[in-house]
Ligand binder design. Structure first.
Ligand code: RRO
Length: 296
């Protein structure tokens, strides 16, 4: 895939279909991202976790969304035709609770020419079994052994920061056929209900615990991208707390080829466009023009 610049959206943080309703065709004329990554699609439709689903922190937020989505059939029937109109390659993020579910999702997406690439979400912190496949190198290898033969499209494995060694999981993904890895997903965290005065206040989030994102996690993203870069040769999509063009340069410098904007789009829906403009201006001022030059 050839992309116009290195900035994508992080899965689940920019709803292009809703944005199109609000901004109309202006969204297509000024589409901020070099490729568009969908919110996670599962085999069956899901309601998601009970509310509240968000907690705002000084340095970002905690989410416990719980993968609400229309399921594979609903995605193919109603979301995919709309997403195919975006002027950027489409990356579909998929997650299964068992390997066979991921395999069915990958096989179905392989048949659709509108889908440019797949991101395997083995790192959702908000469902009980979601983490297992991505927390263990052996499980990640077994997943890739099952799904790699099913598609020739690029496969990106989205890594969890909640594993003992994300770099070991990345190495297993690479050895078993992944084309790229993306990181970081959110870090497990929790907030307590501020209205609950009991000695042991209840959690605020309906799902109990959640995933921390935003500027608070940027330093963790940087070190994990660097450690993964030291272990694998495949491209890395780096993300975690990107708010400005400067942060794109930092993740490229840590070893990423592409960078995603996530939580900042909740605060500023035009963040993608702004971050790209800032990064382009910094590049023009510095004379650096490629990610590999930025790393040198
Ligand atoms: O939907 C979610 O709760 C969610 C997902 Br799938 C994910 O991968 N990461 C996250 O922080 N939340």
């Amino acid at each position: 895939m050839r992309l116009e610049h290195p900035v994508l959206n992080a899965s689940g943080t920019f709803d292009a279909i809703a944005a199109r309703r609000v901004f109309g065709d202006a969204l297509l004329e000024r589409f901020p991202f070099a490729a568009f990554v969908t919110k996670t699609v599962t085999l069956e439709p899901r309601q998601g976790n009970p509310p509240p689903r968000l907690w705002e922190l000084a340095g970002g937020m905690i989410n416990s969304i719980g993968l609400p989505n229309k399921g594979l059939r609903g995605f193919l029937a109603s979301d995919l035709p709309e997403l195919a109109e975006l002027p950027a390659p489409l990356v579909v993020n998929v997650m299964g609770f068992r390997r066979e579910e991921v395999a069915r999702l990958v096989a179905a997406m392989d048949e659709r020419e509108e889908v440019a690439a797949l991101e395997l979400n083995v790192s959702c912190p908000n469902v009980k079994t979601g983490l297992v496949m991505g927390a263990d190198p052996g499980e990640t290898a077994a997943l890739l052994d099952e799904v790699r033969p099913l598609t020739g499209k690029p496969l990106i494995v989205k890594l969890t920061p909640n594993a003992t060694s994300p770099a070991a999981v990345a190495a297993a993904a690479e050895a078993h056929g992944a084309d790229a890895v993306s990181l970081i997903n959110t870090l497990r965290g929790m907030a307590l209900d501020p209205h609950d005065r009991a000695p042991r206040p209840r959690p605020w989030l309906g799902g109990g615990t959640g995933g921390v994102s935003g500027p608070a996690v940027r330093a963790m993203a940087l070190v994990q991208v660097r450690e993964v870069r030291d272990r694998v040769a495949i491209p890395i999509v780096g993300m975690g707390g990107v708010q400005r063009g400067r942060h794109v340069a930092e993740l490229l410098g840590a070893g990423a080829e592409l960078v995603a904007v996530g939580t900042e789009s909740f605060r500023d829906p035009l963040a993608g466009e702004r971050v790209v403009a800032e990064w382009r201006r910094d590049v023009a001022n510095s004379g650096i023009s490629t990610p590999s030059e930025a790393r040198a």
